[in-house]
Design a protein around this ligand. Structure first.
Ligand code: COD
Length: 303
C-alpha cells in the first residue's frame, strides 16, 4: 500500500536531528524490527530497555548493531519506570511502548511525565479511500471521558494538527446521528463541544457535531440527508464518544479498509508512542516519525 501523505511526514522527520527514544520492554521481534527501521532511516537513536539477554539475541537476528545501548529491566513495571526516569533525567527525548500491556506502561507515564494537560491518545490514519490524514481520538487512553475531558482531548489533537502544519483542522464530533437526542448522551456532548468552539473555549479549528460517521467522511452522504456542514467530507479529526467506539473504528479501518496507522499519546512532557502489541514495524516507525516532528515542533517554527 502506498502512503504518500505519511511519506511527506517521514521526509520532514528525516531532515530533523534524530530523537533519543527510550523503548520500554524492547525484547520482541516486531518491536526490534521497528527499531531497525528507525536506525536505518536515522529517525531515532534508540535506548532499549528490558531483559538484556533476550534483547541482544533478537537484536542480532534483526540486524541491529552489537553495540546498541541496552538498559536492564527484568519486568514490565520496572522497564516502564526506567523509561520514564530516562526522560525525566533528560537522557531520552521520547518514550515508546514495546511489548508490555498499555496500562502497565501508562501508570508510570502519568506519575512521572504529566504536565498541566490531560494526556490523550491520537491515531493518525492514511487510507486509500480518503485524501487526507485522519486523526482519531481517543481510542486508547481515556476510557469514558466526560464533556470537559473531551474538550481537552480535542484541544490536544488540534494542537497536534497545528504542529504538523494544518493551521485550521476540521473536526467532526461523532455520534450515531447528526441531531441532538437526549437519549444518546454523546449527541449532547457533541453539540456542546461545537458551541464551545464557537465561543473560543476550544480554539484553532472548525468544529461540528454531532455528526454520524457517514456525514463526517462523505459530503455526498451529508447532502442526501439535507445536512450542510463545513466539515462533511473534509474531516481531519474525528472525536469519538469513548475509547471502545474509537478503538473499534481505528482497528476496523486498519483491518478492513487498508488504513496505515501511527499513534501517539499527547499532552505529556515529551511525545509518548503507544503502540499496540500487534502493530507492524512500519506503524512503529511512522509513530516515531510523528514523535520527532512533534518534539521539534515545540522548539521550531511551524511549517
Ligand atoms: N490525563 C491526565 N491525568 C490523568 C489521566 C489522563 N488521561 N488519566 C488519569 N489521570 C490522573 C488522575 O487524575 C489521577 O490523578 C491519576 O492520574 C490516577 O487516575 P486514575 O486512577 O483514574 O487512573 P488509572 O491510573 O486507574 O488509569 C489511567 C489509565 C490511563 C491507565 C487508564 O485510563 C487506562 O487503563 N486506560 C486504557 C488503557 C488501555 O488499556 N488501552 C488499550 C487500548 S491500546
Amino acid at each position: 500500500m502506498t502512503t504518500p501523505l505519511f511519506d511527506a511526514l517521514v521526509s520532514r522527520a528525516r531532515a530533523l536531528s534524530p530523537l533519543t527514544l527510550a523503548i520500554v520492554d524492547a525484547g520482541e521481534q516486531t518491536v526490534l524490527e521497528g527499531v531497525a527501521l528507525l536506525l536505518e532511516e536515522k529517525i531515532a537513536n534508540p535506548l532499549l530497555i528490558g531483559d538484556p539477554g533476550r534483547i541482544r539475541q533478537i537484536a542480532g537476528d534483526v540486524g541491529l548493531p552489537a553495540d546498541i545501548p541496552v538498559i536492564p529491566a527484568m519486568d514490565e513495571a520496572s522497564a516502564a519506570r526506567e523509561g520514564v526516569r530516562l526522560v525525566a533525567e533528560g537522557r531520552a527525548q521520547g518514550l515508546m511502548k514495546g511489548h508490555l500491556h498499555s496500562d502497565a506502561f501508562l501508570h508510570p507515564v502519568l506519575e512521572g511525565l504529566r504536565e498541566k494537560k490531560r494526556l490523550s491518545h491520537v491515531f493518525l490514519a492514511e487510507l486509500p479511500s480518503y485524501g487526507r490524514l485522519l486523526a482519531i481520538t481517543d481510542a486508547a487512553m481515556n476510557i469514558a471521558p466526560d464533556l470537559m475531558a473531551k474538550a481537552e482531548i480535542l484541544q490536544n489533537a488540534i494542537d497536534m494538527a497545528h504542529d504538523l502544519g494544518n493551521p485550521r483542522p476540521k473536526v467532526a464530533v461523532l455520534s450515531a446521528v447528526e441531531t441532538v437526542n437526549p437519549r444518546i448522551a454523546s449527541t449532547i456532548d457533541a453539540a456542546c463541544l461545537s458551541k464551545m468552539a464557537d465561543r473560543g473555549q476550544i480554539s484553532g479549528a472548525v468544529v461540528d457535531g454531532p455528526l454520524a460517521f457517514d456525514n463526517a467522511i462523505s459530503r455526498e452522504a451529508a447532502r442526501t440527508k439535507g445536512l450542510e456542514s463545513p466539515v462533511s467530507g473534509e474531516a481531519d479529526i474525528l472525536l469519538l464518544p469513548d475509547l471502545v467506539s474509537g478503538n473499534i473504528l481505528a482497528k476496523d479501518l486498519e483491518y478492513l479498509a487498508e488504513a496505515t496507522l501511527a499513534g501517539l499519546v499527547l499532552g505529556a512532557r515529551v511525545p509518548v508512542i503507544l503502540t499496540s502489541r500487534s502493530d507492524p514495524p512500519r506503524s512503529r516507525f511512522l509513530s516515531a516519525c510523528l514523535a520527532t516532528l512533534l518534539f521539534h515542533g515545540k522548539v521550531l517554527p511551524r511549517p
